[in-house]
Ligand binder design. Structure first.
Ligand SMILES: *Cc1c(COP(=O)(O)O)cnc(C)c1O
Length: 411
C-alpha cells in the first residue's frame, strides 16, 4: 500500500474506491506482495534444495491457494477439509503435506486415500498406521525437540507441555514401532511455533534435528515448519530471511553431504507469505467521547479480526479517508457486545464518522479466524491481481446465516 496524491492505493487501485465498490468491512489482499514474499524466500534459500509448503490455515481462500499454485508453492494442511480445498485449487495430492493433530485415525486414513503426504504427530497414530500400511505409504514424523529458538542468543528449553509432535525423548520407542511395523519414514518435521529471531539460534536448533535425522536412513526431506516473523509495528524485530537462508543452507548442505544424499529442505510459512499482503477495511460508524477516551466505533470487530483480543496482537491502523488530517488519539473498537478493541490509544489522522480505516497485517489469521458471533455476517474478500480488483468471496447475507438451521416444531 502506498500513499500517492493523498490517496492510499495498491497496484494503482485506490482503497477508498474499493470500499465504495465492494462495501465494508472488506478484506483486501495484494497478490504482488505475496509473490514478493515467495521470491524473497526462494532467493534466500537458492543455495539449497528448498520447497515452500504454504500453511493454508493462515488464509484459505481458494483463489489464494490458486495463486500459491501459480507461484510454485506447495501446501501444508491441518485438516482434511483444508486438503480438499487444496485439491480443489488444483494441487496434486503429493504436493500437500497433511499435518493434523489430535485427529482420529479415520481422518488420517482419509488423507492416505486422497494420496496426501502424511505427517504423523503421535505414537498411537504411528502404531495404527504401521498396523495398516507398512512400507507402501511413506510418512513424515513430527518431532517435538523441546526447544524454542527464543530470545536473542540462547535456546530456551521448554515446550515440554506442548501437545504437538512426538517428543524427541521418545525416539527409542519410535524406532521400535517403525522397525516392528516396517514403516518407511521419508521426512522429519519440526514446527515449534516460536519466532525465528536469530539465525544462529535457529541453526543450533537445526543441529538437534540433524542428530535425529542421522538415525533415519531413507529420508527425502527435512521440514523446519515456520516461525518466520514479520513486522506488525514499526521497530519490530523480524526474521532476517537472507541471513537465515545463507547460514541454514550451508549447514543443511553440510548435513546432506555427511548423510550421503541431497535432501530437500521444507518450510511452512503462513504469516510470512500473507500477513502483510492483507488489509481489513472498516468504516467508522460513530465517534464517541467518554470522560476517558475517544472511541472510534467501526462496522467490524473481533468477529472479523480476532487476533487483537485473542493474542493481544498489535495491528497498525490507518485512516484512509483523511491522510493529511490532524493526528488525534483514539481507541478503535468493534461493534460486538464484548470488550472488542482493535487498537487502543492510536494516533490516527482525525477520524470523522463515515471515514474508512485500514487495519494492517490482516492477511494471516484474519478472515480465517472470523466467526458469526453476534449473528453478524462475514465480510467479503477481494484480491488485487495484475492491477485488477477481483471479488474472491462475496459478503455473507442473512440466508447464509440460517441455511444450516433445521426448523423444528416446538408446539
Ligand atoms: C500454523 C502452522 C504453520 C504456519 O505458522 P506461521 O506462524 O503462520 O508461519 C506452519 N506449520 C504448522 C504445522 C502450523 O500449524
Amino acid at each position: 500500500m502506498i500513499l500517492k496524491d493523498n490517496q492510499y492505493s495498491i497496484q494503482e487501485i485506490r482503497l477508498t474506491e474499493l470500499s465504495r465498490e465492494f462495501g465494508t468491512p472488506l478484506y483486501v489482499y495484494d497478490a504482488e506482495k505475496i509473490r514478493f514474499q515467495v521470491e524473497e524466500m526462494q532467493k534466500a534459500f537458492s543455495a539449497a534444495n528448498m520447497r515452500i509448503k504454504y500453511a493454508v490455515k493462515a488464509l484459505s481462500n481458494l483463489s489464494i491457494l490458486k495463486l500459491m499454485k501459480k507461484l510454485g508453492v506447495g501446501l501444508d494442511v491441518v485438516s482434511i477439509q483444508e486438503a480438499h480445498l487444496g485439491l480443489n485449487a488444483g494441487f496434486r495430492p503429493d504436493e500437500i503435506l497433511f499435518t493434523p493433530n489430535s485427529v482420529s485415525f479415520d481422518e488420517i486414513q482419509e488423507g492416505i486415500k486422497l494420496g496426501l503426504s502424511i505427517n504423523i504427530d503421535n505414537i498411537s497414530i504411528l502404531e495404527q498406521f504401521g498396523h495398516h500400511y507398512h512400507k507402501e505409504v511413506p510418512v513424515c514424523l513430527r518431532i517435538n525437540p523441546h526447544i524454542m529458538a527464543g530470545g536473542h542468543s540462547n535456546i530456551s528449553t521448554g515446550h515440554i507441555d506442548s501437545k504437538f509432535g512426538i517428543s524427541i525423548l521418545q525416539l527409542r520407542h519410535v524406532h521400535r514401532v517403525i522397525k516392528t511395523n516396517n514403516i518407511r519414514v521419508v521426512g522429519l518435521h519440526m514446527h515449534t511455533g516460536s519466532d525465528i529471531l536469530d539465525a544462529d539460534v535457529f541453526i543450533q536448533a537445526a543441529g538437534i534435528i540433524f542428530d535425529v535425522a542421522r538415525e533415519f536412513h531413507g529420508l527425502e526431506f527435512i521440514d523446519f515448519g515456520s516461525g518466520f516473523k514479520v513486522a506488525y509495528r514499526e521497530g519490530d524485530i523480524t526474521t532476517d530471511i537472507v541471513a537465515l537462508g545463507k547460514k541454514l543452507s550451508k549447514s543443511f548442505n553440510n548435513f546432506c553431504a555427511e548423510y550421503g544424499k541431497d535432501l530437500e529442505i521444507w518450510f511452512e510459512p503462513g504469516k510470512f507469505l500473507v500477513s502483510e499482503a492483507g488489509y481489513l477495511l472498516v468504516r467508522a460508524n460513530v465517534i464517541k467521547t467518554t470522560p476517558a477516551t475517544v472511541f472510534v466505533g467501526v462496522d467490524s470487530g473481533m468477529n472479523h479480526l480476532l487476533r487483537p483480543m485473542m493474542y493481544g496482537a498489535y495491528h497498525d491502523i490507518i485512516n484512509l479517508s483523511n491522510p493529511d488530517g490532524t493526528y488525534r488519539v483514539y481507541s478503535v473498537v468493534g461493534n460486538i457486545c464484548e470488550t472488542d478493541t482493535l487498537g487502543a490509544d492510536r494516533k490516527l489522522n482525525e477520524v470523522r464518522e463515515g471515514d474508512i480505516l485500514a487495519i494492517k497485517n490482516a492477511g494471516a489469521y484474519g478472515f480465517a479466524m472470523s466467526s458469526n458471533y453476534n449473528s453478524r455476517l462475514k465480510p467479503a474478500e477481494v484480491l488485487i491481481h495484475d492491477g485488477k480488483a477481483k471479488l474472491i468471496r462475496r459478503r455473507e447475507n442473512l440466508e447464509d446465516l440460517i441455511k444450516t438451521l433445521v426448523e423444528t416444531d416446538l408446539d
